[in-house]
Ligand binder design. Structure first.
Ligand code: NOJ
Length: 758
């Protein structure tokens, strides 16, 4: 299996001799030497070839191109392709790699990329859901497992993590994100990069990660996918870029740019973002891949005259690889020959691409990921167990009245009702990689697995939700007319001690291209819920969805609500673990749930405005027909126990930039069950050279407490935590007063304050 390309023999001979004393570690130095050596052998055509990525058509995650597969094959044989996406399986990747290794002049191995967003085969919660666990170790673990399963199927590069700050529930891609908060997303970004890439990219169980989409995509106007983005420099630096910086510092191998324009410049052609900030200021040495066709899409943006022009703009701006755009392969050589693009720019791009390939160990063994033995070693059963644990950690208990949960022992008959009750597919979610259709444990199955023989479980569909073809690219058809299942569901509810309603979204309701102007319960679900409520008020509403939903009626009327996202392979068992008290829920919302869709985009860390409140007139920043606050705020989630926060204590009320202060708060478990709380620290900079948010998450800790136990929870506050991108366009802290806020969600907080003296 192991093949060493002829150029390597040349390489191994040369770099050793040239190694010099320097501060750069020798492993890095060696990679650089190798990269330079390969580059020096390449023709311009071969260099441009490395900057080309083709779709392999085992999966389709963008508009199909009309490029003939024979033509692609020829280019592969000639060493004129740098990577492929959507080539799946050991055999397929082997075959494609062989075309290159057995025919091309320099035998530069291909990378194989894929959207492994929340698992490869074993599916974990969709990223928004998984972030609700606030458990960074768990998130790293699921990425590690996804890497292992991908690597065993020939895939050595994932287009994940998606770290776009997402504040708009109308935007379908919010499900792929870690929600609305910059600090939390930055932490998740690092955990994911570590999980995918491991300690070392050359470990054959590690794959290259991609931080995407650079940048601003989550701010698509009106939540409409691919739409224009208007953000100022202040917001860009303070809110959008920090997760990317964190990923870059964690060594993410690649970054993907994005479809949107940003204040008039398409991100793909944005030089300040890509070349100046990412590759310049941050000194990041990986490569940037375009999004699918985003280079030629600059023609539609009205930013490029034609494909060649689009290629010129993109390459100069710093986009290194063209995903399915056809612009680089058709225009770059000519652009260099005409002197419009310098060969140094091309060299820089190719150097970056080769660097990642070397780090992945592909030059050593191009087939290291296409090894049939790896697959038989993947412990899929163990992965399922871990998936179940992460899934239950991701569940958020939104409401629990009448002691409905955990389900009491005197409940002897349960009606499980709704389109998602026995749906084995929706929990797999969108962006499912090779997660099989209908392969999840449904809620009904989970409930049946959990209850004893003395509990009668009666299932009724009630209504369907998504119908017809359901797939990544197909438009989704929602049932709005067929009520034929209502009568059976109502009858089942009438005779049950407890009703578990399974409502929410179809798997393909959120995701790319799935923006919606309505975010309530789609189709006939609300109507069904109200009819069931009319006959039995003991309802636990279990929601499965990829985006925050508008559920004001349920929040008002339904006694218990469980947010169960799309939890992946073990969904039903994980939900049952929570419903029946085997697991005490501990998840907290990574995104605000609105009272009405008209509040979107909605997020907790807003600015105060000049008119935050007025007791006696309408002339302040609010709505006249609805409250301006979230229905369920960021960071919110209940437990089967209760936690009480005492007063916070500061080690000092003065701080210098060199110093730090310690803030401590007692948190007591005042209920009857052991439980886990996510203790959250927020800060507010009261007066600054630019307006600052009313609060910003700056730390959190997961704390487990026994009944009656009090934990003294401490956070250290240092100057770095007070920095922001200020009016002088630099990251710095400014002297003055700061508020410290600690609590179990972003709304209910204990307060203190201190002063920073410069
Ligand atoms: C388009 C999406 O925006 C991006 O996230 C994805 O990685 C590519 N298609 C490849 O499927």
């Amino acid at each position: 299996m192991k093949k060493i390309s002829p150029i390597l023999l040349f390489l191994f001979g040369s770099f050793i001799i040239q190694a010099q004393e320097s501060t750069i570690p020798s492993s890095v130095k060696n990679v650089e030497k190798k990269v330079d050596s390969v580059l020096s052998l390449m023709t311009l055509e071969e260099k441009v070839g490395q900057m080309v990525q083709y779709n392999g058509s085992w999966d389709l995650t963008g508009p199909a191109s009309n490029v003939d597969s024979k033509y692609k094959e020829e280019r592969l044989k000639n060493g004129l392709v740098g990577s492929m996406l959507n080539v799946l399986s050991v055999e397929a990747t082997q075959e494609a790699q062989k075309l290159v290794m057995e025919n091309s002049r320099l035998k530069i191995p291909l990378m194989f990329g894929y959207d492994v967003i929340h698992g490869y085969k074993t599916m974990f919660p969709v990223p928004l859901g998984e972030t609700a666990s606030w458990d960074l170790e768990a998130m790293e673990k699921s990425a590690r497992i996804a890497a292992l399963e991908s690597a065993a199927h020939g895939v050595n590069w994932t287009f994940s993590p998606m770290i776009d700050i997402s504040r708009d529930a109308r935007w379908g891609r919010i499900m792929e994100s870690s929600g609305e908060d910059t600090y939390l997303t930055s932490k998740v970004a690092v955990a994911k990069v570590k999980g995918y890439q491991g300690n070392d990219l050359s470990d054959p169980q590690s794959i290259a990660a991609t931080a995407k989409h650079f940048a601003g995509y989550g701010f698509a106007e009106a939540g409409r996918d691919y739409n224009t983005v208007h953000v100022g420099e202040n917001e860009l630096h303070n809110t959008i870029l920090p997760p990317f910086k964190a990923a870059a510092e964690a060594g993410v191998a690649t970054v993907m740019n994005s479809f949107n324009d940003l204040d008039g410049t398409p991100a793909t052609g944005h030089k300040i973002l890509q070349r100046d900030i990412l590759k310049g200021d941050w000194n990041w040495d990986g490569f940037i891949v375009s999004d699918w066709g985003s280079i030629p899409e600059m023609i539609y943006h009205g930013f490029a005259r034609d494909k060649k022009h689009a290629g010129e703009i993109a390459v100069k701006a710093g986009s290194d690889m063209d995903m399915e755009g056809g612009a680089y392969e058709s225009g770059l050589i000519e652009l260099v020959e005409e002197g419009k693009v310098s060969e140094e720019i091309i060299d820089d791009a190719v150097r970056r691409i080769l660097r990642v390939k070397f780090k992945l160990g592909l030059f050593e063994d191009p087939y290291r990921y296409s090894n049939p033995d790896l697959l038989s070693q993947v412990p899929f059963d163990e992965h399922r167990e871990i998936a179940r644990d992460i899934a239950r950690k991701s569940i958020v208990l939104l409401k629990n009245e009448k002691d409905l949960l955990p389900v009491q022992n005197d409940v002897k008959s349960i009606a499980v009702i709704g389109p998602l009750a026995n749906d084995k597919d929706t929990p797999i979610g969108n962006w499912r990689a090779q997660g099989e259709t209908n392969s999840a444990v449904s809620l009904l199955e989970g409930i049946k697995n959990a209850v004893g023989d003395d509990v009668k479980v009666n299932y009724a569909l009630g209504t369907t939700l998504g119908q017809g073809e359901r797939s990544f690219l197909a438009p989704l058809e929602i049932n709005t007319t067929d009520r034929s299942g209502f009568a059976e569901a109502i009858a089942a509810a009438k005779k049950a001690d407890l009703v578990i309603m399974a409502l929410g979204e179809d798997a393909f309701q959120s995701g790319e291209g799935r923006s919606q102007v309505n975010i309530g319960l789609a189709g006939l679900q609300q109507e069904l819920l109200e009819e069931i409520y009319a006959v039995n008020k003991n309802i636990v509403l279990v929601l499965q969805n990829g985006r925050p939903l508008e559920i004001s009626w349920s929040a008002e009327n339904i006694p218990a609500i469980v947010e169960a996202w799309q939890l992946g392979t073990e969904s039903g068992n994980a939900i049952a673990d929570v419903l029946f008290g085997k697991y005490n829920p501990s998840g907290k919302l990574p995104v605000s749930f609105p009272r009405a869709v008209g509040q979107e985009p909605l997020y907790y860390n807003q600015k105060n405005t000049g008119r935050p409140y007025s007791p006696d007139s309408v002339t302040y920043s609010a709505y006249t027909d609805e409250e301006k606050t979230a229905l369920y705020p960021f960071g919110y989630g209940l437990s089967y126990t209760t936690f009480e926060y005492g007063d916070l204590k500061l080690s000092s009320e003065e701080m210098t930039p060199e110093g730090s202060i310690q803030v401590t708060i007692p948190v007591t478990n005042t209920g009857k069950m052991a439980g886990k709380e996510v203790v959250q620290l927020y800060l507010r900079d009261l007066v600054a050279s630019t307006t600052r948010p009313v609060k910003e998450l700056k730390g959190f800790q997961l704390v487990t407490l026994a009944p009656g136990e009090t934990g003294e929870i401490s956070f250290k506050i240092d100057e770095e935590m007070l920095q922001f991108y200020n009016a002088n366009k630099e990251w710095a802290s400014e002297e003055g007063e700061f508020e410290v806020l600690i609590g179990g969600n972003s709304r209910d907080l204990k307060k203190g304050s201190f002063t920073l003296n410069e």
